[in-house]
Design a protein around this ligand. Structure first.
Ligand code: S3P
Length: 415
């Protein structure tokens, strides 16, 4: 069996969340094509609708009518989605909304103080459960802030900048390393008074609505990584990934894959709506281990589970360090990667902020605990393609958080 053909990717999840939110702040109707079909983005849509934003479907497009936000009658259910809650906390705080936020078991265990601390410094009145959900925010007059963020997190950066749209003066966020920069690119493109330079982003209060827009969301580079990894590990494989988001802050995985020895050719690249988009060919070539350190992490944070799978098939040592953030994702991903790979017979050693893998090693089938984490489910499904024996996931359905069509698409590309 090999992986061959042209991959059909869903719209990028990070850009889809932002497109819905920024369309809600715009003057008139915006049309968004190729939105992510995952349940996370659906959570964002439901929350916006609960705040009085009108969103309707027109064929496969979503039409969003920008307007003032209203207080939701019920708690906003953010489901499994960290991006939904963290960005909406900032956005709704800036719009003077009273709201309670809830989420599923995984989201309820994740830290929210990284957002609530800076928003409180801006003057937000809120209640929370020791830095976790449920969180209730109350209408407050926000001051501007210059925030030196201790973590390179696009969710933290975006939440503060979105709150800054409704604050009294100029708000600045300085990051320790550059995280994904879609918020900056989109806000600037839609007419906000915005500047960003290296690790510093600055926004002024919004005095008139953003410009309405038409956007076709580029393909999700994080979802593409699972298929690219399969093509890179299985002899005879070669796939084309067209219209993939090729933003420099999002392609650390593809540079790493290339460094590991896989065939990664960027056949074409162009700009659309301020974002770089590419057409890729990824193909099998024998792999070698790689060293990933703290500076590399923001550019490939969501791809570390699939990098671990690749490392088991690569010659030599792969070491990942400085990735402590993985412990507070949809699950403790360091534990999920190490415990499941151990069960499959990999040579893996867990550390506080990463792991060390020695390869290549023949993986065996095993029962996999997904912890209801979509990226763990997808990574171990790909591991199953190179294993001796069956990989059985305890909850394969969780892939639909980002890509409901994942298993069908993988079957389609198997030859
Ligand atoms: C995201 C930012 C990242 C990433 C998440 C999506 C975003 O989280 O892991 O999947 O869209 O802003 P952090 O900001 O916590 O690193």
């Amino acid at each position: 069996m090999a992986i061959k053909g042209t991959l059909k990717l869903p719209g990028d999840k990070s850009i889809s969340h932002r497109a819905l939110m920024f369309a809600a702040l715009a003057d008139g109707e915006s049309r968004i094509s190729d939105l992510s079909t995952g349940t996370d983005v659906h959570s964002t849509r439901k929350c916006l609708e609960a705040c009085g934003i009108d969103i309707r479907d027109d064929g496969d497009d979503a039409i969003v009518k920008g307007s003032l936000f209203s207080n939701p009658a019920e708690p906003l259910d953010c489901g499994n989605s960290g991006t939904t809650i963290r960005l909406l906390l900032g956005l709704l705080a800036g719009q003077g909304i009273n709201a309670t936020f809830i989420g599923d078991e995984s989201l309820s265990a994740r830290p929210m103080n990284r957002i609530l601390d800076p928003l409180s410094q801006m003057g937000l009145k809120c209640e929370n459960n020791d830095g976790k959900l449920p969180v209730t925010i109350y209408q407050s007059n926000l001051n501007s802030i210059e925030y030196d963020s201790p973590i390179a997190s696009a969710q933290v950066k975006s939440a503060i900048l979105l709150a800054g749209l409704g604050a009294s003066g100029v708000t600045t966020v300085i990051e320790p390393a550059l995280s994904r920069d879609h918020t900056e690119k989109m806000l600037q493109g839609l007419g906000a008074e915005f500047s960003f330079n290296g690790l510093t982003a600055t926004v002024s209060p919004l005095i008139s609505p953003l410009e309405s827009f038409k956007l076709s969301v580029p393909g999700d580079s994080s979802t593409g990584a699972f298929f690219a990894a399969a093509a890179a590990m299985i002899p005879g494989s070669s796939i084309i990934i067209d219209r993939i988001l090729w933003n420099p802050t999002r392609i650390g995985f593809y540079s790493t894959l290339y460094q590991m020895g896989a065939g990664v050719d960027c056949l074409d690249q162009w700009d659309e709506a301020g974002e770089r988009i590419g057409k890729l060919n990824v193909f099998y070539q024998s792999l070698k281990g790689v060293h990933i350190t703290k500076e590399d992490i923001p550019g490939l944070i969501d791809e570390l589970p699939i990098i671990a799978i690749l490392a088991t098939q690569a010659e030599g040592k792969t070491e990942v360090s400085g990735a402590g953030e993985l412990r507070v994702k949809e699950c403790d991903r360091i534990h999920a990667i190490c415990s499941n790979l151990e069960r499959m017979g990999a040579d893996i050693e867990e550390s506080q902020d990463g792991f060390i893998i020695h390869g290549p090693k023949q993986l065996n089938g095993a029962e996999i605990e997904t912890f209801h984490d979509h990226r763990i489910a997808m990574a171990f499904t790909i591991a199953g393609l190179v294993a001796n024996g069956d990989v059985m996931l305890d909850y394969p359905e969780c892939a639909s958080i980002s890509f409901p069509e994942f298993y069908n698409e993988l079957e389609r590309l198997k030859q």
